[in-house]
Design a protein around this ligand. Sequence first.
Ligand code: DQA
Length: 147
Amino acid sequence: MKLLIINGPNLNFLGIREPQLYGRQDYKALTAFCEESCKALGLDCEIYQSNHEGDIVDKIQWAYGKIDGIVINPAAYTHTSVAILDALKAVGIPAVEVHLTDISRREEFRHISYAGMACIKTYAGYGFDGYRMAAEYLKEYLTKGEN
Ligand code: DQA
């Protein structure tokens, strides 16, 4: 079972960007955390980060026929990108949305999630742990069907 973990714009600046919100651990620490979490769950994973909307759409399309589940933190594109929503719908791969922060408790413009409309579950506000929870949820979902 193979997961694709996608991170959107500015997440490569973790540790530098607004540490009071996103913490002091850097992007490398996040990828290591995701790799360890997937390994512990017996899952293969590929991790991808881009600051470009079209590249994220291309990566989602690439996943078709190759990947069993998607974990996605579209970052700022969460709140703007119908293209990412449509790509997730197009490939039909079960996807779980993750946000480090609780977007429902931040500025109003962060309350809408387009990508979330194509996701079976959202974890927001759990920091790095949200990625582990998403991988665990997908494993369960892919093994046992909808829960
Ligand atoms: C984020 C929340 C988004 O609103 C923001 O634009 C990000 C990160 C999060 O992980 O909390 O870049 O997706």
